[in-house]
Design a protein around this ligand. Structure first.
Ligand SMILES: [Zn+2]
Length: 412
């Protein structure tokens, strides 16, 4: 039985606002990319909170912050946390809330029940969003799980031309030591995060418990036709790649609609060359991002996208080619951890919906070295990756209570 865990809403709100001020942009947004001055300041605040809470605090080789409470019986650590970086612009809750949740939950548990049996750690991942260095997503959790290959930091370059390796040196980290961030002594990992979608709000639940993180496949597609005069070339003689691409966009969207939830397919980028009003384009490039929680369904949907693109290209006499088609497979949460979190919610009288995660998370990487699940907090209007992102303090506290109950069952 999980006793009701007392979380002070005032502390949660004050911490959200303290982090929100660092890298504040637009009215309610946050712009905080990895290894920027704002990032340094925010990680210092997290370090201070951990130290003030009495945790043994350290910064690892890539800049993840860890705050540890030793367990009287030892054993593999129970870890909770999320990422400190943001989209450009992001909101106040994405990532930040999960760090605040871990620290606040651990403090409350120690205050209420004394030291744990197993070691427990709060974690602030250095980078998740890939918003400064394209291709750097999950940098912190990749390093922890031993998936940041040697030399990668030299190859990742930000829009200003700075390499990840130089950005690390600028904040006092040595890229030659990235491998030292690896951990092999973590037993369980629970990440609290805002839902970033509308499911919980529509269903009337403050909190969600994640049983699977959806997998994703990504494509970069190029359609090639004939560039010609927009006035002189009759319609029946054209090979217009933008018309073909437009049909492909609809086909991709329809493939996901036909499958139903949680299938999604997004064309988030499209570009025509040469891109001029009086010229039929020569070529069009667009991206596809498609996701599902079932591997076979995901692969089936990807195959349907490919078949549709081939058929449409052939019908219009266009050439189509693509790169990608790969990505992360769906990642099931550990059933034991899901059950513990469900018990935590039930025992504390908090309504929680067990559900898939539509977004990718560090938790997916951590699942390769630990038993994993996530706690979701309702997002108002399902908004996220925007300054308008919002979750009520009441819902944040409910999520932290469910997380804390899970930690209690695992470690106390
Ligand atoms: Zn996030």
């Amino acid at each position: 039985m999980v006793p009701k865990i007392r979380i002070d809403p005032g502390v949660v709100e004050a911490r959200i606002m303290e982090l929100a001020r660092i890298g504040a942009c637009y009215e309610t947004g946050v712009c905080r990319t990895v290894y920027s001055p704002e990032w340094v300041e925010a990680q210092a605040v997290v370090e201070r909170w951990c130290t003030e809470a009495g945790f043994a605090t350290r910064r690892d080789a890539v800049g993840n912050i860890w705050g540890r409470v030793e367990g009287s019986e030892g054993g593999p650590a129970v870890v909770s946390g999320s990422h400190i970086d943001s989209q450009l612009p992001g909101g106040r809750y994405d990532g930040a809330l999960g760090i605040i949740a871990a620290i606040t939950a651990m403090e409350a548990l120690v205050a209420q029940f004394g030291p744990p049996k197993r070691p427990v750690e709060a974690l602030s991942f250095c980078e998740e969003e890939g918003s400064r260095f394209q291709g750097a997503s999950f940098w912190g959790s990749r390093a922890i799980t031993g998936q940041a290959p040697e030399g990668l930091a030299d190859r990742l370059i930000d829009p200003q031309g700075t390499s990840m390796a130089d950005a690390m040196r600028a904040v006092g980290l040595d890229p030659a030591r990235i491998h030292e961030a690896r951990r092999t002594d973590i037993g369980d990992f629970i990440e609290l995060h805002v839902e970033q979608g509308p499911i919980l709000e529509h269903a009337g639940y403050p909190v969600g418990i994640v049983n699977v993180i959806n997998g994703a496949r990504g494509y970069r597609v190029t359609v090639v036709g004939d560039s010609n005069h927009a006035g002189a070339m009759p319609m029946d003689l054209r090979r217009d790649p933008l018309v073909g691409a437009a049909e492909m966009v609809i086909a991709v969207q329809q493939n996901a609609v036909r499958l139903g939830r949680p299938a999604v397919a997004t064309v988030g980028y499209i570009h025509a060359e040469p891109g001029w009003p009086a010229i039929i384009p020569k070529s069009v490039t667009f991206t596809i991002n498609t996701r599902h929680n079932d591997r076979d369904a995901l692969n089936g949907m990807a195959a349907a996208h490919e078949a549709a693109m081939r058929e449409i290209a052939a019908r219009h006499g266009l050439e189509v080619s693509w790169t990608g088609g790969d990505g992360l497979d769906p990642c099931p949460a550990d059933p034991t951890i899901v059950a513990l979190l469900e018990q935590s919610a039930r025992d504390q009288g908090i309504a929680a919906l067990t559900m898939p995660s539509g977004a990718l998370h560090d938790a997916q990487r951590m699942a390769q070295i630990a038993r994993m699940s996530m706690v979701f907090v309702q997002s108002k209007d399902g908004r996220s990756h925007t300054p308008e992102e919002y979750s009520s303090i009441e819902h944040c506290v409910a999520g932290i209570q469910v997380l804390a109950g899970g930690l209690y069952l695992l470690a106390w």
